[in-house]
Design a protein around this ligand. Structure first.
Ligand SMILES: [Mg+2]
Length: 166
């Protein structure tokens, strides 16, 4: 089972200005990196679930994404997929990056749970999409707590399937 997590506005926020009332996690150039409230506990709980593969999938560029993920200080294996694993489309609103499990080589026969603030940019084939409100540094946000409950229920719901090959 794969838990696939977006980064920007979902788990973290990186801002060009410092935000009062939030712990600064790291700084890179002009960017201030902040973790969404409850992130540490959220990741701890996700990792604690059995038979889970942890996957980060962002439409950001790879070096930025690696900087973000290393700030989580994880001591477990995970996979990270970035912009080169999205499908880019030119639209009236500029370039958009579409995500799919096909683009990251994950099978739709597995249970795949996705947490993202832009589920509209996902191909829903083979995934359970969990929408989360965008986070822009609000200090009292509780959405990751709620998201974990949803993930937990999806992962633990009876997914035995009746398979009749004949
Ligand atoms: Mg996002």
């Amino acid at each position: 089972m794969n838990v696939i997590l977006d980064l920007d506005h979902c788990l973290i926020y990186s801002s060009y200005s410092e935000i009062e009332g939030l712990d600064l996690v790291d700084k890179k150039g002009y960017l201030f990196l902040y973790h969404r409230p409850g992130l540490k506990e959220f990741l701890k709980q996700v990792i604690k679930m059995k038979n889970i593969n942890l996957v980060f999938y962002t439409s950001a560029k790879a070096d930025y994404a690696r900087w973000v993920v290393q700030s989580f200080n994880l001591d477990v294996n995970y996979r990270l997929f970035t912009r080169s694993n999205t499908r880019m489309k030119y639209t009236d609103y500029g370039q958009l990056y579409y995500k799919s499990i096909e683009k990251i080589g994950i099978s739709k026969t597995e249970r795949n749970v996705v947490l993202d603030d832009r589920i509209d940019l996902w191909d829903s084939t083979g995934v359970d999409l969990i929408d989360i409100d965008q986070w822009h540094g609000e200090p009292n946000d509780k959405k990751l707590e709620e998201a974990f409950v949803t993930i937990y229920k999806l992962i633990n719901k009876d997914n035995r399937r009746a398979i009749f090959p004949f």
